[in-house]
Design a binder for this molecule. Structure first.
Ligand code: DHB
Length: 387
């Protein structure tokens, strides 16, 4: 039987647990319609500001040649909130009525965010906007700090946002930046938990802000805007995303879902985030570089992993990361060896690999003993050492 990838985010059903992150290929209805036509379980629009804007000067993005890291300092280019909540936009992109449509807002000020929430609440399309993601983590607006690193400001914003949408039919998610220091996870979670009636989910993580990519030939940054400082994304940030999802899942109230995002480019990456507690997984950089077919591939890979483990739905493993143990380490080592030998003629199971290793060790010991005997014989006869 094919495993089910269905999930819910804040109670909203998604056909699959994989969908796009706000950002790449999400600024226009044409781009979003391609996400909807794929296996992505939902469709999330690019972070909007009140008015349409062009963003920072070019070049404002860079992909490292090893494929491990991407950088962007786009400065929120977008079509403005009215475009993302317009009937025509939603009708053009949402060709599958089973999938939810979600908007993201990233106002330059609290007043801007409140105004956009008011526009959404009053929009004739409100019943077609299933989730609203409030971005408190954009690192690329010149002169503006990342809001969710300032806990006092974050609390104040959530207080006002919570009051503004109370009684309105808006399900709210919060996009968070990566936290790196132990106490920060708890501090952030303590604040978010105070708004558990308002916050349906958190999306963790946004890019690692203020990264810098430098070229040794020109001896200058690769990105022109913001003195070259940019948000880092791609495989390099996956491990930070895993830790953030895990820490937040443990610290947040159960009613607040965690959506994992950061460096996902395979079903294995998605599986890891779900194991750490993610209820769904957003794909940003891989969608940017590979295009919307990445959703079909990642879904298929995730299903293949689930099938091989006998899992029928994501609840079979969601949040069930085990503690480290000696037995677990043996399993991991065996699997890594089997993986290395995949190119050979036989595909070893973990147990078989271990057996072969024991035989190789025995052979090595016998050879060493023979050499020692020969050497001792030579020495006793006063000969020259062969090496
Ligand atoms: C941009 C970058 C982000 O990480 C984000 O969350 C929103 C906007 C940008 O530079 O456009």
């Amino acid at each position: 039987m094919t495993p089910s990838l269905a999930t819910t985010v804040g109670g909203v059903p998604l056909t699959t647990c994989i969908y796009n992150a706000s950002g790449p290929r999400s600024g226009t209805a044409a781009a979003l319609s391609k996400v909807c036509e794929s296996q992505a379980g939902g469709v999330l629009a690019k972070s909007a500001t009140i008015a349409k804007q062009n963003g920072n000067p070019l070049p404002r993005t860079y992909h490292a040649t090893n494929g491990q890291a991407s950088f962007n300092s786009e400065g929120l280019p977008n079509n403005g909130i009215d475009y993302y909540i317009a009937k025509e936009t939603i009708e053009e992109c949402m060709t599958d009525p089973q999938k939810p449509y979600m908007v993201s807002i990233s106002g330059k000020t609290l007043a801007d965010n409140l105004e956009m929430l008011d526009k959404i609440a009053k929009a004739p399309t409100l019943d077609k906007i299933q989730l609203v993601e409030l971005n408190l983590a954009c690192p690329n607006v010149i002169g503006k700090p990342i809001i969710a690193y300032d806990f006092d400001q974050m609390k104040d914003i959530l207080k006002q946002v919570s009051a503004a949408i109370s009684g309105k039919n808006i399900k709210l998610g919060i996009k968070l930046p990566p936290y790196l220091d132990g106490p920060h996870f708890q501090q952030a979670a303590d604040i978010l938990n105070q708004f558990d009636g308002t916050i349906a989910y958190v999306a963790s993580i946004n890019t690692v802000g203020n990264s810098l990519v430098v070229d040794i030939h020109s001896e200058a940054p690769m990105i022109s805007s913001n003195q070259g400082f940019a948000g880092l994304s791609g495989p390099a940030v996956k491990y930070t995303a895993l830790a953030n999802v895990r820490k937040l899942r443990l610290a947040l109230k159960e009613s607040i879902d965690v959506v994992g995002v950061g460096g996902v480019e395979s079903g294995k990456d998605a599986f890891e985030l779900i194991l750490c507690g993610a209820t769904a997984v957003q794909v940003g950089t891989c969608h940017w570089t590979e295009g919307p077919k990445c959703f079909d591939r990642i879904c298929q890979e995730l299903q293949d992993i689930m099938k091989s483990k006998g899992y029928t739905c994501i609840h079979d493993f969601k949040g069930k990361l085990k503690e480290w143990s000696r037995e677990g380490a043996d399993i991991a080592r065996g699997a890594a060896k089997a993986e290395t030998k995949k190119d050979g003629t036989t595909k070893e199971a973990a147990g078989g690999g271990a057996k072969n290793d024991a035989a190789a060790n025995l052979l090595q010991t016998i050879l060493m003993a023979l050499i020692a005997i020969l050497l001792a014989d030579k020495l006793s006869k006063g000969g020259i050492l062969p090496f």
